[in-house]
Design a protein around this ligand. Sequence first.
Ligand code: Z5A
Length: 223
Amino acid sequence: MGLFITLEGIEGAGKSTLRTSLAELCNAKEREVVVTREPGATPLGQHLRTLLLDPSLPAITATAELLLFSADRAQHVEEVIKPALARNAIVICDRYVHSTLAYQGYGRGLALEHLRQLTEITTGGLMPDLVLLLDLEPSVGLTRARERERRASGSFKTLQQSAASGSVPEWNRFEQEELAFHTRVRDGFRALAANDSRILLLDAAQSPAAVLAAAQKAVLERM
Ligand code: Z5A
């Protein structure tokens, strides 16, 4: 029932951009399309998202972080994803279980075996039909994300400028991680793709139109 597509990749890789254009494409095929994301797609998830991204939160352990993402997912699957798939909708979800494997596994160093067991519990075994992995050099992704925030807020400071002025950059907890963390995450996503035929690796350094064209082919095949 339905078609379950997830979008994965590092910060600023272009997931939100692709999710909007893919939704337009699927809508044109006269199928119900449900666009959603993790964390934060349910009322419970919105509270958890605020906690998870809060840069002022004192250090939380990798396991505590994992369990908060897992609570968000358990609620999201039951409240949003399963009902939509049961209505035969196309679900386009920005981040899902592969983000947990890449960020909490490869990024934070938690055991992949444990993460897979927990994922089985939180999703009831519901896995995507297609994973579109936007692969990009982390420095490029972070620059894109910061430029987007500069445009939104009208002000922009590089990490160095913030450090020099003594001000704290208003980036979320993940954006504040070192480049090495984002590189481990990116390498993790690529390792997952190498061993899973459901994951389609897309070169996210291409133009948005080229990324959409590559994704479109795979989506239309599955529709
Ligand atoms: N996380 C986790 O650790 N474990 C989990 O299990 C889950 C999540 C589910 C959520 O952050 C954080 O939670 C995330 C992982 C962690 N942290 N990180 N890093 P979020 O939801 O706030 O943000 P995000 O998911 O990382 O996405 P993002 O920053 O919004 O990036 P994006 O959606 O991939 O990119 P975008 O907004 O589409 O594009 C960024 C900018 O680049 C924008 O100005 C675009 O116009 C531009 N863009 C987009 N595509 C292109 C191309 N092709 N060329 C040039 N410019 C482009």
